[in-house]
Design a binder for this molecule. Sequence first.
Ligand SMILES: CC(C)(COP(=O)(O)O)[C@@H](O)C(=O)NCCC(=O)O
Ligand SMILES: [Mn+2]
Length: 897
Amino acid sequence: MASLAEDDQGQGASRIQNPEADDKKKKNSNMAPTSGNSIHRSSSRPQLDVSKAEIQGNFEEKHPTILLPNQSDDISHLALDLGGSLIKLVYFSRHENQSANDKRKKSMKERLGISNVNRRSYPILGGRLHFVKFETNKINECLDFIYSKQLHCGGLESHYSDNVADRNAIIKATGGGAYKFADLFKERLGVSIEKEDEMACLVSGANFLLKAIRHEAFTHMEGQKEFVQIDPNDLFPYLLVNIGSGVSMLKVDGDGKFERVSGTNVGGGTYWGLGRLLTKCKSFDELLELTQKGDNRAIDMLVGDIYGGMDYSKIGLSASTIASSFGKAISEKKELEDYRPEDISLSLLRMISYNIGQISYLNALRFGLKRIFFGGFFIRGHAYTMDTISFAVQFWSKGTAQAMFLRHEGFLGAFGAFMSYEKHGLDDLMVHQLVERFPMGAPYTGGKIHGPPLGDLNEKISWMEKFLQKGTEITAPVPMIPPGTTGLGGFEVPLSKGSTLRPDASALNVGVLHLVPTLEVFPLLADPKMYEPNTIDLSDHNELEYWFTILSEHLPDLVDKAVASEGGTDDAKRRGDAFARAFSAHLARLMEEPAAYGKLGLANLLEMREECLREFQFVDAYRSIKQRENEASLAVLPDLLMELDSMDEETRLLALIEGVLAANIFDWGSRACVDLYHQGTIIEIYRMSRNKMQRPWRVDNFDDFKERMLGTGDRKPTPHRRALLFVDNSGADVVLGMLPLARELLRRGTEVVLVANSLPALNDVTAIELPDIVAEAAKHCDILRRAAEAGDLLVDAMISPSNSSKESSTSVPLMVVENGCGSPCIDLRQVSSELAAAAKDADLIILEGMGRALHTNLNARFNCDALKLAMVKNQRLAEKLVKGKIYDCICKYEPAN
Ligand SMILES: CC(C)(COP(=O)(O)O)[C@@H](O)C(=O)NCCC(=O)O
Ligand SMILES: [Mn+2]
């Protein structure tokens, strides 16, 4: 079975489960033909397979999703690193952009000056990079996998060509197996292996990953992993140490510019070879596992053994420093059987790791290199190995150098081979265009359990169910013992060996890399390099435990909602169960190893929950709740607008901000709020919330905002040119809170861009839903109607016949743009190109809600005026952020610098 980080589905609804078709497909195509069989290959591929096509969801929708259950969405490039013990695969699958034909979106794009003609044409439309590994002795599984996914006859070029390309198909590969298995590939898959130089692949793989993935490099000291932000413009030169069977040390000066400056024959092969002879272990992993229970003092001769238990402090050696690896084994009184295999394995591991660390540092010193990155199969994300190497580098450099490791360490070669294809289009992809996602298999990658299956949704669910029956492997999150120190420090007894980490705690976790060429950095960030979206840092253990508990407690209710949103069918229940298991497994994994998937913040957890729902094809769990709340709120909107219009300017502005804060109470992600909803109707709760509004709010810069809006005395400030309103929840929040505020801005001559989620998250309103809500509201309000018309928002919506084109031409427009994400929070380093374009003319941004204004972006600085509005609907967060209490409000205004 492959160990993988692989997701096989399209975004949410792009595929549905079709067990019958899938079973058939599996029988026909999952096995690669064995030698002797004639090779069946598809003709030109991929082509659109519309058999059993179905419209999903509501038939009245204007642009319903059409599901093609039999369509393979892989248009692939495949590259391999065929190593001595592991085979690593990197492959690409592409997804077409479905929303390109949206009429409304097109007109909005034109308005924002984004014409398709002007935009860079991307060699790839976006897609995913998958990382999969197999044990080399299971090469047949690997061949079956390639065959079942037809990866061997994919490739961007052959997508449009005919069979001829297939006949000459090549796969790029590196590693010794590229020679050894070339004939097997030809025989079984009919493809030729094109061999790529191993060192060149390692370097190009490392260069790309270090430049393109934000949390690729990390340090590992005393059991603590810390991510290092690498500036892509300041990466070179560095030393790349690849620890395979032997060790190569490469001085890397740029893309394609490197030199092998040194190496050592004492490497992974030495550890495994000697270890096997000395311990009788059957596998590398078994040998490595032994170290967890080992104590090297039984075999190693320590400084203290020589100096009667004393330090040799004059030259800086503590009593527990190893003076001579295996030095105690010179004793004539003991034979091999008298030593524990655990102790032997640990001594050996430390001897080799330490030696490599030391030689690496000396080479870095020799060439004046400040950075040393370690990779190769020997490391395997093993905490103890990394700690020992780090200690050696730190010790010999007297703290001036640090060892760094790479999350994709095992895939450098395969990735480099992938990069060697021409026209893959990856060369100039940038950090903000890559989103790493961790599909359901991720919690198990690198651990004892391999899987899940690589097939369709149905297979994935069955896989989760298997564990449900066994009832062991996937458990609810358990509290982790807080990291402490043993007091010993250094490499004498690295903490990673202790009880705080499980044996494979630092096992590699690589996700699926989604390439989204249209994502951009939000242009109004004052200092994009310093920007950190998360306010809550989950590296604080108490914080982590609290939020994990909250999310676990939410789970049963969320599953109920999700299942109900899909009609409560047996199929939906099955998916609901599988979702809960998968998400719990993620939580459990992250609880044990918070940095497993990269730097972890609260926003990542909240987004992961949404992604996990999508993975099990829950399109919108809160659909009916959102609809109900929209309708109820739209019904009272006319009265609210009338009430607001009877106020003077100053009172009205205050009432509007109060309205936004009060209506932010409608948040189905907050436990406390959901409990509240049992106590009254939407309108009753809204009224109650408004009545409770009392200034000063916990953070209250309203007066400054008012001054910027209305001026003081006779001074009338110029209105803002364009305001971006990041809206949050459906129902009262958007209808009775944000829309009336938008209307006020429009009335003052400010263009308004409503920025909403691209995909559903909790009860947040999406950019697809919003125009209809605006159109409905516009029926009761001339300002909204004219603005919406001017912004082409009412393209297909019902509008009252009284509108005249003369009026609309003089109105400032109201627009809706999607933000590029599907989470309750927003990471402004990766937003949609529409939002980035809309932001260019904006001089005011309003971020609303806990997710967008508190969990993320509370500390973000902008190059324009910024207003952050939210009700704090969580007691602990209120205490922590503002020393306040639940339902306190935040009105934080920060004028442009
Ligand atoms: C998920 C949320 C950020 C959504 O809040 P919103 O942005 O809608 O104001 C928030 O509901 C939340 O942090 N909930 C978890 C904590 C709790 O149940 O109290
Ligand atoms: Mn929300």
